[in-house]
Design a protein around this ligand. Structure first.
Ligand code: F6R
Length: 358
């Protein structure tokens, strides 16, 4: 492990990050604006007639955009929103279902298989992709497709894999006011970049400080139920893919009824873990109280506990800023671990092996 990395040495940060993952994270605010523009300019949109539900379909970095929209739109969308990471779709889906297929490459096996189900079931389909077979099939069936820019890792294209779909849903009359909030969120992310970006020194950069605390530990992230459980999952995946470390996540209050017991007895195991608790600033609910009590109980059991109170003027700002912080931490942790944050060789290997066996 490279322990001597100075996270304030911008030249070193650039050398160790040849794929530009941290630069991509820093441009998140701009990506959100571009993504909203893409959605706003999309002319070919599905009809909302007869729709009863919206289903996001995708895998990995392309699916989490669906989780974000599901958690943010739960109470404001005109119909239920669900997310599917599977080869199959529920057989009850039909012409009353808008199935939004998100795949950055457009070639993910599970997503393409689920697309066949959607076609068979007669769903209304929209694609969100850079190209590949997904775009080809969408064109063949004359399904609307939002084409997003190439050249990023899917997990670094989160803005493109979420907001254009919401903007189209607003055009279809399924939502109101979300796009305006999303534009404000993009501004807020610019402020956050000043707090957590590469040019801000460790002394006043919480993202760098947290990455340093996590070096040599296994991150375990707990988010409060709803949108911060989505953020906790994103943190876990970013630690896996960017920092190349094992990481795990769960949700409060549910973890209070099982997982908490696992940290209590075997000190050698538990001390290898840093617990991160994500809660909403100003939350006075019973769940928020559980965050405090959980932190107190785990303090002497695990290697460390960090409670993060996520701020923002809207739920959208809170969720995106929680995600943005985790992205930065995972990028810095990669460099502290001496690994390149961009490539994900094992995912590519697995896809190749599966493709050979078809
Ligand atoms: C890579 C990543 C992966 C991919 C996943 C699905 O950055 O995040 O989780 O997103 O393997 O591939 P796509 O997104 O091309 O459908």
């Amino acid at each position: 492990m490279a322990e001597t990395i100075n996270l304030d040495d911008v030249m070193v940060l650039e050398d160790m990050d040849p794929g530009g993952m941290l630069a991509a994270i820093e441009s998140f605010s701009k990506q959100l604006l571009d993504a909203l523009r893409l959605g706003r300019d999309q002319m070919d949109v599905p009809s909302s007639e007869g729709l009863k539900r919206i289903a996001f379909v995708g895998m990995g970095g392309s699916a989490i955009g669906g989780d974000i929209l599901r958690s943010l739109l739960e109470d404001v969308a005109a119909m239920p929103v669900s997310v599917h990471r599977s080869y199959r779709l529920p057989s009850m889906f039909g012409s009353d279902t808008l199935a939004i297929f998100a795949s950055y490459s457009g070639n993910t096996e599970e997503t393409l298989s689920a697309l066949d189900d959607a076609i068979y079931l007669g769903c209304s389909v929209m694609a969100l992709t850079t190209g590949g077979m997904l775009l080809e099939k969408a064109r063949g069936h004359r399904f609307p497709a939002i084409i997003i820019p190439e050249g990023l890792q899917p997990r670094a294209a989160l803005g493109y894999l979420s907001l254009p779909a919401a903007a189209v849903m607003e055009k279809m009359g399924l939502l109101q006011g979300f796009v305006k909030v999303a534009y404000e969120t993009a501004d807020f992310m610019r402020e956050k970049r000043e707090d957590w970006g590469r040019l801000t020194p460790v002394g006043r950069n919480f993202a760098k400080q947290l990455a340093m605390r996590l070096q040599g530990k296994i991150p375990v992230i707990y988010g409060t139920e709803g949108m911060l459980s989505v953020a906790a999952y994103r943190w876990k995946c970013q630690f896996n893919e960017n920092s190349k470390v094992p990481a795990f996540n769960h949700t409060l209050p549910e973890m209070n009824h099982n997982e908490i017991v696992g940290w209590y007895e075997l000190d050698d195991l538990s001390r290898r873990v840093e617990v991160i608790l994500l809660a909403e600033e100003g939350d006075t609910s019973r769940v928020a109280r559980r965050v405090e009590v959980t932190a107190e109980l785990l303090q002497d059991k695990v290697g460390g506990v960090t409670v993060i109170y996520v701020g923002g003027r809207t739920r959208t700002e809170k969720l995106f800023s929680a995600i943005h912080l985790g992205d930065f931490v995972s990028g810095y942790l990669a460099l502290l671990n001496g690994v390149d944050p961009t490539p994900v060789e094992s995912i590519a290997l697995l896809k190749e092996r599966m493709a050979q066996e078809q």
